[in-house]
Design a protein around this ligand. Structure first.
Ligand SMILES: Nc1nc2c(c(=O)[nH]1)N[C@H]1C(S)=C(S)[C@@H](COP(=O)(O)O)O[C@H]1N2
Ligand SMILES: [Mo]
Length: 302
């Protein structure tokens, strides 16, 4: 019987047994990958019984501007990033600041499968079966101090390994941020894999954020620093154009990008000419996240 991430029964109750067993085998594969987390309970189904895109699609149509702005550039160049050893500096308003080896970050975490929609601000979307753990587990581990209101994230900046990072596309390093309650939301994931395999470079190896109710650019890749702070963090896309990219960037079909509609999205891989679907408020995750924004005017705080 399939249950979604919070234990509710889902449409995946009708998932054929074969597919379900297949998922279990995939998860066994996940343990062989980074191999440091343990799988908790049954494979987790998506809230709406989503069918994931193929690994081929997920790894060949990417945005990772440090490796170029073309959709196929990351697949060609991102393997140049050295991802082992890897460490993440966790600092600011935390009880246990420090530079944590990736192994120590993953150790003891339940690596789950989370099948999420990814909605890019450019109005295309995919469905990705992530493996990872809740960001909240890491924040609990390091101890968030009272007074911290935001979490800032930073991607590695290595122009010698990143062919696109010597060009002034964004104010590097790529930086993103969340409000603390968004960071602690159970949907917010630190991903280590896809389809039970370690992340490839183009998807943000070895550790990237996944915030499924926000536009894809919030889901920052190849994280090297996490800072707990009182002030709203600097974020690269808002800095590049604050009229087009807000801090919140919640998926919202009623707030158009100044240069295009956000009402619909092109589904990657849906036939030769693709297909369009209507974009859902909060990318379909409103039940889980809308309450965080009840005091905000989402037209102004886009
Ligand atoms: N460091 C970094 N993170 C990034 C990006 C980037 O250019 N650099 N692109 C973002 C955008 S716009 C999207 S849509 C998603 C795409 O994730 P995917 O390529 O794994 O599907 O990554 C996000 N994270
Ligand atoms: Mo994006």
């Amino acid at each position: 019987m399939a249950r979604n991430w919070n234990g509710k029964l889902t449409e995946n109750d009708v998932t054929p047994e074969g597919l379900y067993l297949n998922r279990r085998q995939i998860m066994a594969g996940a343990m062989a990958g980074l191999g440091l987390g343990s799988i908790a309970g049954p494979a987790l189904a998506a809230p709406t019984g989503l069918t994931p895109n193929t690994l081929e699609e997920i790894t060949n149509y990417n945005n990772y501007y440090e490796f170029g702005t073309g959709k196929e550039d990351p697949a060609e160049y991102a393997h140049n990033l050295t991802t082992a050893p890897w460490s993440v500096e966790i600092n600011g308003m935390v009880d246990k600041p420090g530079t944590y080896a990736l192994e120590d970050i993953v150790k003891g975490k339940d690596i789950e499968e989370r099948i999420y929609r990814l909605r890019c601000v450019e109005a295309w979307s995919m469905v990705i079966p992530w493996n990872g753990f809740q960001l909240s587990a890491l924040l609990d581990q390091v101890g968030v101090q009272s007074g911290a209101k935001y979490v800032a994230f930073e991607t590695a900046y290595r122009p010698d390994e990143m062919i696109g990072a010597s060009r002034p596309v964004l104010d590097w390093p790529y930086r993103e941020g969340l409000r603390l309650d968004e960071a602690m939301n159970p949907l917010t994931l630190l991903a280590t894999g896809i389809y039970g395999k370690d992340l490839l470079g183009q998807n943000g190896a070895p550790l990237r954020l996944v915030v499924p109710w926000k536009y894809g650019f919030k889901s920052i890749k190849s994280i090297v620093r996490i800072t707990l702070q009182e002030e709203q963090p600097f974020t690269s896309w808002k800095d590049a154009n604050h009229r087009e990219y807000g801090f919140y960037s919640n998926v919202n079909p009623t707030v158009d990008h100044p240069r295009w509609s956000q009402a619909t999205e092109r589904v990657i891989g849906a036939g030769l000419f693709g297909s369009r679907r209507e974009t859902d408020m909060f990318n379909g995750y409103g039940d889980e996240v809308a309450g965080m924004y009840s005091d905000l005017d989402l037209q102004k705080n886009f």
